[in-house]
Design a protein around this ligand. Structure first.
Ligand SMILES: Nc1nc2c(ncn2[C@@H]2O[C@H](COP(=O)(O)OP(=O)(O)OP(=O)(O)O)[C@@H](O)[C@H]2O)c(=O)[nH]1
Ligand SMILES: [Mg+2]
Length: 692
């Protein structure tokens, strides 16, 4: 039996802009709930949640981490997510399985761009939220301004439930508007004394309370009637009404505190329990029958067949793979067999445990809503559903965003290529936003991801976990070559010096094809001037010559070559001789056809707030980009354009700094276009240098 009932579970994702104090807030909750002896500190590397060396080195969260606190009969599972947009996929997966979300806002910075993003994600999953205005002890922190920024940028449904007492350095308590109590925190341990409301705050408190009561009353007709009749609501009405309103998404309460000074934390924990839905409150969840479009529903009940969703995978060099999942229905015990309905395979569950940061706490069985992990599953990956084979269901996964930045990776020590491939594959297991392929043309191993930090961190992880060191380089651009003119050319190969000679002779018509036309070989020989058996050899010789163009050694494309004439020798002619003749003729002919360089052009969609339009468009012009269209998306603009790949190899960090991190973009290959001659000259010269 699980120690908990589904009713007493709260699954809470802690999200927000980078550095707003999410991890510190979780550490503070762990400390206040008596789980740790002292609060873990991100900056000192003692956080139980930012436990990975890559996080400790940078003092940021890179990977979502899980821990839980017990409070009375409740178990609150905390999903501490990274704020950096490089790692937003992990954050989204946590939101996918959470029942409530705490949006942490910095009391100095107010709403920032990543706050808007996590707000959107929370809308997408229809999650109940609480906004926590943190870091109110900092200089220039301003509660009222922060609330204003939430109202203007995120929506009007927010209503303060706590007010801060004191400012900046002297911020030392909160007022609970529901019961009109002032709580003064006089040490850093989170303990507090309850006092009367300071006299200079009485008016402000009454005003804020009235707004809060109105907001809560408006969410429910019965409450509204009561409010209109009596002019107030009882504490119980407020608490119950608030819970309903938060679960329905009609009200978003704003609370405040200081995670670093443990102010307002116990109150936040109480508030989570009293307002956030349990898995049971969230009700049945929808999925599909495997491979079909038919709906399938599961209730958060132990009697329903077991189903769970995998939202995270951790590659551990020693313990193997760790799979983190949320149970949606039914129960599961350690040491049982299960069915992966996404991959249609069976998996054996060994020991199940709760995660406590990097530590694991074994648990015998789980109930609906529980979040837990299991080691050593063979095939199950992030986004998969596991369930009972007899009653299969597949839940929607979070689609990984397409990569936006690539690097060429090469081993630091020779002979490590094999190891690179296997360790990259293991890192990809835990992070599907990384992709890896070998470029056929440039022969480089390309690692792509969400930005520079993402790739750098992944490479550090590879070194730490699997002992492989690589160097990162900007990838080569897969240029191609083609021709603009036509010619008729002879390719002749003749070697007659005693014994059997070599003789092949062909006349070729070479002409350009439209972009994307590839290569066409046309046999127009009449009267058998070249016998049938030698003609395919000419084709082969040309294809070989096309692999390395005459300008800069890039593959030649978009040409048609017609074999129109030639001659042969009854004894000395061979396939080999005609192959060489074809290749010679082609190389010579291309020189006479105005060879040019082609470069890949990508379609790019850039989403930015309006105020950056001028800068971003100007910059795009500087990158030889063309703007094709413009669209609006909420308060943002989407610029649709085309730009040479060579110009956006480092666009991810550039756009980030141009827009203070608020711009995002995606791109995909579109087509090839001629490289302007002043650039082509440089590329040709460089490639000649390299070839030497
Ligand atoms: N003054 C003050 N500093 C705080 C408070 N909460 C967090 N910090 C500091 O803010 C910095 C960032 O805190 P984190 O907890 O790492 O923030 P985060 O939101 O988890 O950051 P990411 O996970 O990287 O997005 C650290 O230096 C914390 O010590 C607070 O209430 N007051
Ligand atoms: Mg963090």
């Amino acid at each position: 039996m699980s120690k908990y009932e589904s009713n007493s579970l709260r699954n809470v994702a802690v999200v927000g802009h980078g550095g707003t104090g999410k991890t510190t807030l979780c550490e503070s909750m762990l400390y206040i709930a008596g789980k740790t002896d002292r609060p873990g500190r991100v900056d000192e590397g003692t956080s139980t949640l930012d436990f990975e060396p890559e996080e400790q080195k940078r003092h940021i969260s890179i990977s979502a981490a899980t821990n839980f606190v017990e409070w009375e009969k409740y178990k609150i599972t905390l999903l501490d997510t990274p704020g950096d947009s490089n790692f937003a996929y992990d954050t989204r997966n946590c939101l996918r399985v959470a029942d409530g979300v705490i949006i942490v806002i910095d009391g100095v910075g107010g709403v920032e761009f990543q706050t808007e993003k996590v707000w959107e994600y929370s809308d997408e999953y229809q999650l109940s939220r609480i906004v926590f205005i943190n870091r109110l002890d900092r200089e220039r922190a301003n509660f009222e301004k922060s609330v204003e920024s939430i109202k203007s940028r995120l929506g009007k449904k927010v209503t303060p439930i706590f007010l801060p007492i004191g400012k900046e350095d002297s911020f030392n308590g909160i007022i609970d508007l529901v019961n009109r109590k002032a709580l003064i925190f006089d040490d850093l341990k989170g303990s507090y004394k309850t006092t009367d409301i300071p006299s200079d705050m009485k008016d402000a408190v009454e005003k804020s309370r009235e707004t809060m009561v109105e907001d809560i009353a408006e969410s429910d007709e019965a409450l509204m009637d009561k409010y209109l009749n009596t002019g107030d609501l009882s504490d119980t009405d407020l608490v119950d009404g608030l819970r309903k309103a938060v679960i329905a998404g009609a009200v978003i309460p704003v609370v405040c505190g200081s995670a670093l000074k443990n102010i307002g934390i116990a109150n936040l924990i109480n508030f989570i329990i009293s307002t956030f839905p349990s898995p049971v409150d969230r009700g049945p969840v929808e999925g599909k029958k495997p491979g079909k479009d038919e709906k399938e529903v599961r209730k958060p009940a132990e009697a329903d067949p077991f189903s769970a969703f995998v939202f995270k995978t951790i590659a551990d060099p020693y313990a193997g793979r760790l799979t983190v999942f949320r149970v949606y229905s039914g129960t599961v015990k350690s040491d049982s067999s299960f069915y992966n309905s996404t991959r249609k395979t069976s998996e054996r569950f060994g020991n199940i445990f709760y995660l406590e940061g990097k530590n694991q706490k074994p648990v015998e069985s789980l109930v609906p809503g529980d979040i837990a992990a299991v080691a050593k599953l063979k095939e199950t990956a992030t986004g998969d559903t596991v369930c009972i084979e007899k009653s299969p269901i597949v839940y929607n996964r979070v689609i990984p965003p397409p990569p936006i930045m690539s690097f060429a990776v090469s081993p630091k020590s020779r002979g490590d290529e094999e190891k690179i491939v296997s360790s990259i594959n293991r890192i990809i297991e835990e992070d599907p936003t990384l992709t890896f392929h070998r470029d056929e043309q440039t022969r480089e191993m390309i690692l792509s991801g969400m930005g520079q930090v993402h790739i750098e961190v992944s490479v550090e992880k590879m070194k730490r976990k699997f002992g492989v060191e690589v160097t990162l380089k900007t990838p080569k651009v897969p240029y191609k070559e083609t021709i603009k003119g036509k010619t008729n050319v002879q390719g002749k190969y003749k070697k007659q010096s005693g014994g059997r000679g070599q003789f092949g002779d062909c006349w070729l018509d070479i002409e350009p094809l439209p972009r994307g036309g590839g290569f066409e070989f046309v046999d127009r020989i009449v009267g058998g001037v070249i016998p049938q058996q030698y003609r395919p050899a000419v084709d082969k010789g040309i294809v070989e010559a096309m692999a390395e163009g005459v300008l800069a050694g890039y593959p030649v494309v978009d040409v048609r070559v017609s074999l129109v004439d030639g001659s042969y020798h009854t004894v000395d002619s061979s396939e080999m001789a005609f192959k060489i003749a074809g290749s010679m003729g082609f190389k010579k002919g291309v020189m006479a056809c105005q060879p040019i360089l082609l470069e890949p052009i990508v379609n790019i969609d850039i989403e930015i707030p309006d105020e950056y339009m001028g800068d971003v468009i100007g910059d795009l012009n500087g990158r030889r980009g063309k703007i094709i269209g413009m669209e609006s998306k909420g308060a943002n603009r989407i610029i649709k354009g085309q730009v040479p790949l060579a110009e956006i190899l480092r666009y991810a960090p550039d756009l980030r700094s141009m827009t203070s991190g608020r711009g995002t973009f995606t791109y995909e290959h579109s087509h090839y276009e001629e490289v302007p001659s002043f650039i082509a000259e440089k590329i040709t010269a460089e490639s000649k240098k390299e070839q030497q």
